[in-house]
Design a protein. Structure first.
Length: 168
């Protein structure tokens, strides 16, 4: 069984995923890193080919990972918004929604110029709020488990995720 981490940009899916893999003995993969390794920088993909093309690449990765075993999968923030992706990941995994407040997320992403959905908007807070409002209900719907990350260390969150996965 796989452990799939979903949630907003800046919530800690990558950092937590690495630690969960260490705790559980599973192999860690990150869908954004897989795309970057194969196709180049995500911001360039968005700029030159558009978000729709990027989402198609995400779906290709999901189809590749869905049948594999014993993975911890850190997903891109928008990956599970596509119903097909969430369904494929649930076939062989449990989805954990890592949740943080708007204030926490804003602190973490404000200085990161690599995030294409926030880049060059001049309205980082406004755009982040819009994305959070639109995505949170979907994350809640697809998730098997929810873990709040505010005020917790990576270690604390990872241990909570590992414990939940052990119950699945």
């Amino acid at each position: 069984m796989n452990i799939v981490l979903c949630g907003m940009m800046g919530v800690g899916k990558t950092s937590v995923g690495i630690r969960v893999a260490e705790l559980t003995g599973k192999r860690w993969v990150d869908t954004d890193i897989m795309i970057t390794d194969r196709h180049g920088r995500i911001s360039d993909i968005f700029e030159f080919y558009g978000e729709e093309h990027f989402r198609s690449l995400e779906s290709d990765i999901v189809r590749e990972l869905a049948d594999k075993e014993d993975l911890v999968i850190s997903t891109g923030g928008g990956l599970v918004l596509k119903n097909e992706n969430a369904e494929l990941l649930k076939k062989n995994g449990k989805i954990v929604f890592l949740r943080a407040t708007f204030e926490t997320l804003l602190k973490r992403v404000r200085a990161d110029e690599t995030r294409p959905l926030l880049k060059d908007t001049g309205k980082t807070a406004e755009r982040l709020g819009e994305l959070l409002a639109a995505r949170t209900p979907v994350y809640e719907q697809v998730a098997d488990f929810l873990v709040d990350t505010d005020g917790k260390s990576i270690e604390e969150v990872a241990r909570e995720v590992a414990a939940l996965a052990g119950k699945a």
